[in-house]
Every structure is written in C-alpha cells, then in structure tokens.
Design a protein around this ligand. Structure first.
Ligand code: SF4
Length: 191
C-alpha cells in the first residue's frame, strides 16, 4: 500500500495535479472490512492531505461513532479522485477515469467485504453506471463479490438535514450486514 501511496502522490495523470496542494490518498485501516468512498478532496482535505477532515468529515465521524466503527480499526476512507477539483466542482468524467485505477487497486489491497459509496459521484464513478443515489440508496448491490451500499454524501446531509434519517437507515443496514458477515458480536447501542 505504501508503494501505491508513493505512486499516487507523484501522479500527474490528469489536470487536477496542477492545482492540488496535497494528494489525498485516503485514511484508515489497510485491512478494514468497510471501505467508504467519497467524491474528492475539498479545501480542508487538500490542505491537510487527509480524507474527510472538514465539516463533512466531522459529520461522517459522528455517523461512524454511532455505528461503533473507528477509522483506525474498522474502515478505510478514500475518494474517487485523489486531488481536489478547483472550487470543489464535481470531477470531470475523464478525471474520474484517470484516477479510478488507483481506487480499484486500493480496494483490491484492503479487500473489504463492504463498500459504502457516499453520494452520486462515488456511486457513478465506481460502478460506471448512471445511477441516482436517491433511487439506489439503502439497497444492497453486488460489486465484484463485495457488498455495496450507496448512501448520501455527508455534505448533502449538511445541506439538507432531513436526509439524515434515511442515511442513518442505510448505515443501520451496514451494521447488520457487518454483524452477518464480519463480526456477529459487533456492539452498537442503537441497533
Ligand atoms: S486526481 Fe488522480 S489521476 Fe488526477 S492527478 Fe490526482 S492522483 Fe492523478
């Protein structure tokens, strides 16, 4: 994984490398059972070189805490693109295409049983299908023998707090699946 990280940190495969401050490779446990995928680094992430450290990251941490998951033990968090799109715009298809092999390699190395896509860009970027997160969220899909749960991006939850209830329902399904296939004794006070 460190070799892959070094490669990604020197990457100039797409124009996003020109405006980045730091590459955001992703954070978490390299042997995690749960792999979360966001869209791309924002301002704070680009500055820190860490995934999900801004307001969205803080909300994501709260959700993970409610699931009794920690970044250190249970999850790895990555993005569809590793460099920040200027002004936080949605990455262009050619940028996602250029970066996707890195994500696929990360998934192969971490070998998670469960993948969670956060938001439409992550869902479309990973599956290559023009799927709507509003329609697909909360429904398990199979992605190359891994269980994939699409849900909202935390930034959508910040913009529209009424979506939080649905997002929590999605994460509850993840906890149940985690108990089913990873650890039947995984504690969670909410479920
Ligand atoms: S976004 Fe991905 S493909 Fe583009 S320069 Fe950064 S690491 Fe390379």
């Amino acid at each position: 994984m460190e070799e892959l990280k070094n490669r990604v940190e020197q990457c100039t495969k797409c124009p996003l490398h020109k405006s980045r401050n730091k590459v955001v490779f992703g954070n978490g446990n390299y042997q995690a059972s749960v792999f979360l995928i966001g869209e791309g680094p924002g301002y704070e992430e680009d500055k820190a070189g860490e995934a999900f450290v801004g307001r969205s990251g803080k909300l994501l941490d709260k959700i993970l805490l409610a699931c009794n998951f920690t970044r250190e033990a249970h999850v790895f968090i990555g993005n569809i693109v590793k460099c920040r799109p200027p002004g936080n715009r949605t990455p262009y298809p050619e940028e996602m295409e250029a970066c996707l092999p890195y994500l696929e390699e990360q998934i192969e190395k971490v070998d998670p049983a469960i993948i969670i896509t956060l938001g439409a860009t992550a869902l479309k970027g990973l599956t290559g299908e023009n799927l709507k997160v509003t329609r697909e969220r909360g429904k398990w899909r199979l992605w190359f023998n891994r269980m994939l749960m699409p849900t909202y991006h935390p930034s959508a939850l910040l913009r529209n707090p009424s979506l939080k209830r649905d997002a929590w329902e999605d994460f509850k399904k993840v906890i149940l699946k985690y108990r089913e296939i990873i650890d039947q004794n995984h504690p969670c006070q909410y479920i």
